[in-house]
Write a protein that binds this ligand. Structure first.
Ligand code: MN
Length: 253
């Protein structure tokens, strides 16, 4: 049995190593991870340039692409003779809470696994500096074992966030919460006199609401496990949208 490990922080990251060690007792571990940092790469695929896969050691490959490229390459090519039974992604150096899942390369790697029919889990350590992976890795190994023993519904994945600095205060099954980053845009001038911009806010606030991932981790120091689905359809808006009566838009005179 095979487990595929990927991430978005790159092949050399400490979080990846911690996750590999955690799942090694469970199955034959394969690693296909980005050659370089791909955080916030989301679910991009490199369709318009060649990809290189560098074999670092047996069953370890660094791909010069995105997290989704890595999982695609692994399942469709590198591991095609025997597909993985589980994809685990991480352990990310930083949180993937609330809307972060939209931008996250860590979550995208797991999502790609799920799209290809392989159960998948994304793991993130909720810290901004100082990353101690001990507790997160222990939990990851146990949850990966549970995911192998229990069937997961088609086109779903788990998003796991672990609090940092010491053992967590238990765990909670959650829904995605809400949070807000300040929308900073820093404007400067490069050495040739041209303007450049640096985006990404540093200020952060989360909504306090019981049952959400942000509150579980940030207010209660619990491990948060959120089941995610790939169907983005907003069911409740289907009827609303029908009432817009757009037939006239198609009439050509
Ligand atoms: Mn990352």
């Amino acid at each position: 049995m095979r487990i595929l490990v990927s991430n978005d922080d790159g092949i050399a990251s400490r979080g990846l190593k911690a996750l590999v060690e955690a799942v090694t007792p469970l199955a034959e571990v394969w690693v296909v991870a980005p050659e370089s940092e791909q955080s916030a790469a989301s679910h991009a695929l490199s369709l318009h340039r060649p990809l290189r896969a560098r074999e670092v050691q047996p069953r370890w490959f660094a791909v010069d692409g995105t997290p989704a490229d890595c999982v695609y390459m692994a399942v469709h090519h590198l591991m095609k003779d025997e597909r993985p039974k589980l994809v685990v992604s991480g352990i990310n150096h930083g949180p993937n809470l609330a809307d972060d899942v939209i931008y996250s390369g860590t979550v995208a790697a797991a999502m790609e696994g799920s799209l290809l029919g392989v159960p998948a889990i994304a793991f993130s350590l909720v810290s901004r500096r100082q990353f101690e992976f001990e507790h997160a890795a222990k939990f990851a190994g146990a949850l990966a074992k549970a995911a192998l023993a229990n069937p997961m519904p088609d086109r779903t994945l788990l998003n796991v966030n672990v609090p940092s600095h010491g053992p967590p205060e238990g765990y909670e099954i959650t829904r995605l919460g809400r949070h807000h980053y300040t929308g900073d845009v820093i404007e400067k001038e490069d050495p040739r006199g041209r303007r450049y911009y640096w985006i990404g806010g540093t200020g952060y606030e989360h909504e306090k609401a019981e049952g959400t991932d942000v509150t579980a981790v940030l207010d209660h120091r619990r491990v948060s496990i959120t089941p995610l689905q790939l169907d983005l359809t907003e069911q409740k808006m289907i009827e609303t949208l029908r009432a817009w009566q757009l037939e006239g838009f198609l009439q050509v005179k």
